[in-house]
Design a binder for this molecule. Structure first.
Ligand SMILES: Cc1cc2nc3c(=O)[nH]c(=O)nc-3n(C[C@H](O)[C@H](O)[C@H](O)COP(=O)(O)O)c2cc1C
Length: 306
């Protein structure tokens, strides 16, 4: 049985629902031979700021029982280098590119978008208002609905391309922030970013990460991410959602789609297997074929409840 894999996220139609998550796939070029970016629904870039950033001191990654904690601190090459060095390759290969945008001030988000607007070959922007690993910016905007609405409005005014806001699982009011982003003009929401977490070295009596805390990702957060996708979908059923958090198998994707996501992003799984998004896509296709599901989109929001 052949399965139609395409899904729609509002005005953005993608060939399949598997995307590479920001920060785990570089700028889409490092893993070309393992995972050609044009075979994915979309690739989301590492968070880009107006100027290059060096990120946090090391150690800044630690493996945990069911995932990892990172405190990269948004190291990136800056939007200019991305547009000159990476984007032309992605464009030439026909990849669907979503640029993850980060700023310490709201104006910096707009600067990144404005620079990208001069380029062809970008399908969407994803505003990162949820990184727990930086001292300024991002997360403050993601936790306060009024600020988030303002930031989203500024982003909206800067582009007619698809605009997503990436929600924080650490925000006190998840649905309130989701609503604020939509009120500000977001076309869709991506969720979740990492959860604030810590690892301690018992011998040294010190935190493992130089910054003390970081963001937890991987299978450990999947049940939380599923619950959050489900809650936001129930509150805002017409808003396209991209589910993120611990996706490792085709079955995980099915679970996120049932909860209300129209697509998923794969992050930590790529660290173990750089071709993980393709393997997951193959598993999803097999799952659908075995269960008589002709179109992946049938699964979106199809959770039976009560
Ligand atoms: C090393 C690393 C770097 C990340 N960098 C970013 C980033 O720059 N911007 C962002 O929005 N999310 C970033 N994330 C969060 C991921 O995109 C994703 O939301 C999170 O890891 C949960 O998905 P997963 O469990 O599949 O990894 C990063 C995650 C990791 C592990």
């Amino acid at each position: 049985m052949s399965v139609r894999l395409g899904v729609e996220l509002g005005k953005l139609a993608v060939a399949n629902p598997i995307m590479a998550a920001s920060g785990t796939f570089g700028y889409g070029l490092d893993l070309l031979e393992f995972c050609p970016p044009e075979r994915l629904g979309a690739v989301v870039t590492k968070g880009l700021s107006p100027k290059p950033r060096r990120g946090s001191p090391t150690p800044r990654i630690v493996e945990t029982a069911a995932g990892m904690i990172n405190a990269i601190g948004l190291q990136n090459i800056g939007v200019e280098a991305f547009c000159i060095e990476a984007l032309p390759v992605l464009r030439q290969r026909g990849a669907v590119v979503a640029v993850n945008v980060f700023g310490e001030r709201m104006e910096e988000y707009v600067e990144v978008i404005e620079r990208c607007e001069r380029e062809e070959g970008i399908a969407a922007y994803e505003l990162n208002v949820s990184c727990p690993n930086v001292t300024a910016g991002g997360i403050e905007f993601g936790h306060d609905p009024a600020q988030l609405e303002r930031l989203t409005r500024m982003g909206r005014a800067a582009t007619r391309r698809v605009l997503w806001v990436k929600l924080s699982p650490n925000a006190p009011d998840l649905v309130g922030t989701a609503r604020a982003a939509v009120d500000g003009g977001a076309d869709g929401l991506t969720l979740i970013n990492t959860l604030r977490a810590m690892a301690i070295d018992a011998e040294k009596r010190r935190p493992v990460l130089a910054r003390g805390c970081g963001g937890l990702s991987g299978p450990a957060i999947k049940p939380i991410a599923l619950r959050m996708v489900w809650e936001v979908h129930r509150a805002l059923p017409s808003v396209p959602l991209v589910g993120i958090g611990g996706v490792e198998t085709g079955r995980d994707v099915v679970e996120f789609l049932l909860a209300g996501a129209s697509a998923v992003q794969v992050g930590t799984a790529i660290f173990r297997d750089p071709a993980a998004p393709l393997h997951i896509l193959g598993e999803l296709e097999r799952f659908c074929a075995e269960h008589g599901i002709a179109e992946v989109r049938e699964l979106v929001g199809a959770l039976e409840w009560h």
